[in-house]
Design a protein around this ligand. Structure first.
Ligand SMILES: Nc1nc2c(ncn2[C@@H]2O[C@H](COP(=O)(O)OP(=O)(O)OP(=O)(O)O)[C@@H](O)[C@H]2O)c(=O)[nH]1
Length: 440
């Protein structure tokens, strides 16, 4: 009943833990998918550049560089540049500038991914259009030009059209790299401090008239970039896995400790049971008063002696010993004194017996010694010695304790007959005046 309850509790606990982990993983997976979907379809970040918000715009032509192209500018609800390219210099140009905000301050475009342009373009010859995002990077006198030009080139179609440019496809044009004379690591695109959007006529030197209207421009991006989100999610999943494995490790260690403690407890119980079973065995085969074998304890030794005798024909004998007038000792000195005499006599027998002799208490004041490998004659020597020693040992306090002994040798007629003959001899010793040995 108890074990069944423990087992079912363990199963429930295990099932509970597994289910908990699955729930956490499911919630985490749902949050991850939700964040990815939100990042893809939402989290939009839009920055209008040239539109109703009134960012300043202006134009420039190549006359500052000894050219003679002429640009006109008009700003109503759009930014309108009219340019006449003339070929006084190798690379004639007209530029239409738009600030990224009304205060003409720099902006970090890291979070933006695309630039959207709504343009009307007309040119008397085929012309390209250079788009610049000018990064303001070094307002000191050492540098020839404080803006790094991040560029893309498009081929505009006649009329009004929309164009989308990816910010990570902007590059630093070769003419800027050449003119800046900066080391290679400083000539890569930079969009962290952008101040102007510049639309510039193509690098053709053919004379032409160009009309360019910037109706609207805006930057689009995400509050969180896909890369940043995926990196964050990977870290979160790794952290979750780390937490899970740490939890498992701690749990396994606790379980191992508990198991070890349980095993130790079982070992202790086993040791106790072993001790108890030995104690029960001792109680079943030994006499509690004297510590000698009782009848049950002596039986296997007798059987072994008989078996040996049948195998080798070597004799063995038994001594049947009875304390003389023991009732009188009990009556005169009390039962406790009687017990003390029984114990002392048992001790005496044990001390006088040889290693191969097996003494036992047969019952009451009767004892038996099985003398293995001894004939009746040899056993009588031990019996005489016991008789004399008991008499001389002064077991009693102020009185003499004696015993009578009957000796019989095995003869092939079985254990009962052997004991019967020893008993008869004992009876004979008693009748002959006690304190003596008789051999059957
Ligand atoms: N103190 C004590 N007495 C016991 C025990 N077992 C048996 N006795 C006593 O031993 C006595 C045996 O008396 P009897 O059988 O008459 O023999 P006896 O007095 O020794 O006389 P003989 O054998 O003829 O010499 C009885 O009084 C029993 O009560 C025991 O364990 N302790």
């Amino acid at each position: 009943m108890t074990q069944g309850t423990h087992t079912s509790k363990g199963l429930l606990r295990r099932a509970g833990t597994g289910f908990g982990v699955e729930i956490v993983v499911l919630i985490f997976a749902l949050i991850s998918v939700g964040l990815m979907a939100w990042q893809h379809w939402g989290m939009n970040l839009v920055m209008p550049i040239a539109s109703e918000n009134g960012n300043p715009g202006w134009v420039e032509d190549d006359r500052s560089e000894n050219g003679n192209s002429i640009v006109h500018y008009q700003q109503n609800d759009a930014y309108h540049m009219q340019c006449e390219i003339r070929t006084a210099i190798t690379y004639p140009f007209c530029n239409l500038f738009t600030a990224l905000n009304p205060e003409d301050q720099s902006v970090d475009l890291t979070q933006y991914t695309t630039l959207h342009l709504d343009l009307s373009h007309q040119s008397s010859t085929r012309d390209s259009l250079r788009i610049y995002l000018n990064h303001f990077f070094a307002p000191d006198d050492q540098v020839w030009f404080p803006y790094k030009s991040n560029q893309q080139v498009i081929n505009p179609r006649e009329g009004r059209h929309s164009y989308t440019l990816k910010l990570d496809e902007f590059y630093v044009p070769p003419w800027w790299v050449y003119a800046s004379d900066l080391p290679a690591e400083q000539t890569t695109p930079q969009l962290t401090n952008v101040r102007h959007l510049v639309l510039s006529t193509g690098d053709s030197s053919i004379p032409r008239k160009v009309s360019l209207i910037l109706h609207h421009a805006e930057l689009r991006g995400k509050w969180i970039s896909a890369n940043a989100l995926y990196r964050g999610l990977i870290w979160a999943w790794m952290l979750l896995a780390l937490l899970y494995f740490s939890y498992r490790a701690v749990r396994y260690s606790h379980e191992a400790k508990a198991k070890h403690a349980e095993t130790e407890q079982l070992r202790a119980v086993n040791r106790l049971l072993d001790l108890k079973s030995k104690r029960f065995e001792d109680l079943a085969t030994h006499d509690t008063l004297t510590g000698l074998y009782n009848r049950a304890g002596l039986r296997p030794h007798l059987q072994e002696a008989v078996a040996d005798y049948k195998k080798t024909q070597l004799p063995f004998s038994v001594l049947m010993i009875d304390l003389d007038h023991f009732k009188a000792i009990n009556d005169s000195y009390g039962h406790d004194e009687g017990d003390r005499i029984l114990k002392a006599f048992a001790q005496l027998i044990s001390e006088r017996c040889r290693h191969s002799d097996i003494p036992a208490r047969w019952g009451g004041e009767e004892f038996v010694v099985v003398c293995k490998g001894s004939s009746a004659k040899a056993a009588k020597v031990l019996a005489d010695d016991l008789c004399r020693t008991a008499r001389e040992a002064e077991l009693g306090k102020g009185y003499v304790v004696t015993c009578s002994i009957g000796v019989s040798e095995v003869s092939g007629t079985g254990i009962s007959a052997l004991f019967k003959r020893a008993d008869t001899a004992l009876y004979q010793a008693k009748n002959s005046g006690r304190d003596q040995v008789a051999v059957a």
